[in-house]
Design a protein around this ligand. Structure first.
Ligand SMILES: [Zn+2]
Length: 195
């Protein structure tokens, strides 16, 4: 795009990316999905330009809905990726029950996995497990999670020997494999098996 084209106001239904120049405030009012800097209107989102000539308003209709952010206090459902002794990575699949089209990666540190002492994170979760967790830190990326709390923790787990889904024995407080008989431990959520 050359300079003169760039200076011209965008037309109705043009596709724009965030930060793209849309027009100037002498010509248009800045509508939704835009922001103004030094008299110039820019797009805040990837989307379609909507020019309302009657009201002299320019706005951007986002193409994709902006995913809800991983803010402190929100509950997530995620799949355990890698597990090390002190740290695990979790692929966040949904936030407050809303499914994400593009998953985020968050981390769980051993000190936020259970109340009390834990020797290794392997004793709380394993790769492939589905976990319910809460975001406790959103200042730095990746976000920090916790699984401390009765309803937080593993909600679905698979046998590390045969891959079958494990059943929670509430009396013995242990996960059992009905296929091969193996028993396993996790930091189990009260909602185990309900999701
Ligand atoms: Zn098994």
């Amino acid at each position: 795009m050359n300079e003169s084209e760039n200076m011209r106001a965008k037309r109705n239904l043009d596709l724009v990316t965030p930060g793209e120049r849309l027009g100037v405030i002498e010509e248009f009012q800045a509508g939704g999905g835009t922001y103004v800097e030094k008299g110039v209107i820019y797009s805040r989102a990837l989307g379609k330009v909507i020019v309302d000539l009657e009201r002299k308003r320019i706005s951007v209709q986002p193409k994709t809905r902006i995913p809800p952010l991983l803010r402190k206090g929100v509950q997530i459902l995620g799949e355990v990726q890698q597990v090390q002794d002190k740290m695990a990575t979790i692929k966040v699949l949904s936030i407050n029950g809303e499914k994400l089209s593009r998953p985020y990666t968050a981390v769980l540190h051993i000190s936020y996995a259970v109340r009390g002492f834990l020797r290794s994170l392997y004793d709380a979760l394993r790769p492939g497990d589905l976990v319910k967790a809460m975001v406790i830190g959103d200042e730095n990326l990746p976000c920090q999670l916790t699984t401390i709390g009765r309803r937080l923790g593993v909600v679905r787990a698979y046998c590390t020997r045969c891959g079958s889904p494990l059943t929670y024995n509430r009396g013995r407080k242990i996960l059992e494999c009905r296929e091969c008989g193996k028993t396993e431990r996790r930091k189990v959520s009260e909602d185990y098996g309900a999701i």
